[in-house]
Design a binder for this molecule. Structure first.
Ligand code: SF4
Length: 447
């Protein structure tokens, strides 16, 4: 029976969230409506990341419970990186599953649902290569202010701990005209902030040199769209952060002065083992160059502690790099081996208590740095995109160009606008401020 309602449960990164929006758009075009909960949906999809163990375990648990007698759903499917990683082994474990669809087959969702309906058999589609014929404009977005726009899919870097090159395949850039058109439509629809997405956005255009449009060229095109307020991008590989990109961050009015610059480890030996293709020294030189071009830039990073064979001295190198660079945001993880990655063949030889101790020491350091940064920023005025009320409904909440959360008092009609807010104090990771008078000059420091 043709499903009438759908529910998509998403685990993972912004790429997965965007894929969910595109799938939702496809299903709604077909006439399905969203279900308020997964128990009652006619079509239930788990769109699941495979990078962290937790998401996979959650979905496996849910699929198991549904299999033990709770299958109200007409059709159940698994998509995303987990589908690519586990492939048809999922059918052996969960015989009640109706389809497994890979990240590169997202255009075929409708056809896959039809095949399940008409053949009454499980359908399995996980292509290794992405064909660039996806209708991105169909995405169904719940957020009316901020949108993610995909510019490149896949990754060619093959870091030894990462499953993405195997689950999302090689890099495929999206044509610039299609990206600019989507951004233009979003601006016309009132969107204020666009985040350009890719596993490595800085690689944009390298697979299509004939376009002569690389990442910084694309940024210049998007910045020129009338009414474009804010552009962000996620995520970057340090090796592909070019001088041209740094100059774009300096020069383009709509491009936010925040760069995610994931170092992963501070030891050159560990970086080599991770196949990050840069040394600590090369990384530090690039950060220095970026700060030369954009002195007020904020930096974010990802760090893995306890990678196989990491010594205490090598961990301390990471600690020292963090102290030296003073990131605004750091996502810090303890290493855990992932099936399908080259690193799985190495013994996971750092004891769990050592990993947790290193993790805690870096988190304490980052808290200290973040608190000092907050102190330093008190009294300054920032541009804030006002997004909504905060939890208790009494204050308005938004983010600065450099990704700082700010709450302040103001009327509801400010939601969806850009305001200048002077910050006077802070609570847990959030600044508290007040609307600045129009004559108040904007702080020069974004950090
Ligand atoms: S750059 Fe490395 S960590 Fe990032 S997606 Fe590609 S392989 Fe994974």
């Amino acid at each position: 029976m043709e499903p009438k309602t759908y529910f998509i449960r998403t685990y993972g990164c912004q790429m997965n969230e965007l894929d969910t929006e595109i799938m939702a758009g496809q299903l709604e075009k077909r006439g399905l409506v969203p279900s308020s909960n997964e128990e009652n949906a006619d079509l239930l999809i788990f769109n699941t990341c495979s990078i962290r163990d937790l998401a996979e375990r959650k979905v496996m648990g849910k699929l198991g419970r549904i299999g033990r007698g709770q299958k109200n759903h007409a059709i159940i499917g698994v998509t995303g990186c987990m589908a690519m990683a586990k492939k048809d082994a999922l059918f052996r474990k969960f015989p009640h599953l109706d389809f497994v669809m890979g990240t590169n087959n997202i255009t075929e969702l409708g056809a896959i649902v039809d095949e399940v309906l008409y053949t009454k058999r499980p359908v399995f589609k996980t292509d290794d290569h992405f064909e660039e014929n996806l209708d991105y404009l169909i995405a169904k977005r719940d957020n009316k202010l901020k949108a993610h726009v995909s510019i490149i899919r896949g990754c060619d870097k093959f870091c030894t701990y990462c499953v993405v090159p195997y689950t999302r395949g090689q890099e495929v850039s999206r044509p610039p005209e299609s990206i600019v058109e989507e951004c233009r439509r979003l601006v016309d629809a009132g969107y204020k902030e666009i985040t350009l997405l890719g596993q490595n956005v800085n690689s944009y255009g390298k697979d299509k040199p004939e376009w002569n449009c690389f990442f910084h060229d694309l940024l210049y095109k998007i910045d020129q769209i009338p009414g474009m307020e804010r552009i962000r991008f996620m995520t970057s590989h340090p090796i592909d952060i070019t001088v041209e990109l740094m100059q774009a961050v300096r020069d383009l009015p709509s491009l936010c002065e925040f760069v995610h610059f994931p170092i992963q480890a501070g030891s050159s030996r560990i970086l080599k083992k991770m196949h990050r293709i840069y040394t600590k020294e090369q990384y530090l030189e690039k950060v220095e160059l970026l700060r030369h071009y954009v002195p007020n830039v904020s930096l974010g990073t990802d760090i893995i502690v306890g990678f196989p064979t990491e010594t205490e001295e090598e961990f301390l190198e990471t600690f020292e790099v963090m102290k030296q660079i003073r990131y605004s945001i750091a996502f810090i993880y303890a290493y855990s081996p992932r099936k399908g990655t080259p690193a799985i063949r190495w013994k996971d030889d750092i004891p769990e208590e050592v990993k947790q101790d290193r993790l805690q020491r870096l988190m304490d350091l980052q808290n200290e740095i973040a608190n000092e940064e907050r102190q330093h920023l008190l009294g300054q005025t920032f541009e804030v995109l006002v997004e909504r009320h905060n939890k208790d409904g009494k204050m308005l909440k938004g983010r600065t160009r450099c990704w700082k959360k700010v709450i302040f008092e103001g009327s509801e009609d400010l939601i969806g606008t850009l305001q200048q807010v002077k910050v006077h104090s802070y609570g847990h990771q959030t600044f508290i401020g007040e609307l600045a008078s129009p004559l108040h000059s904007l702080s020069l420091s974004c950090r």
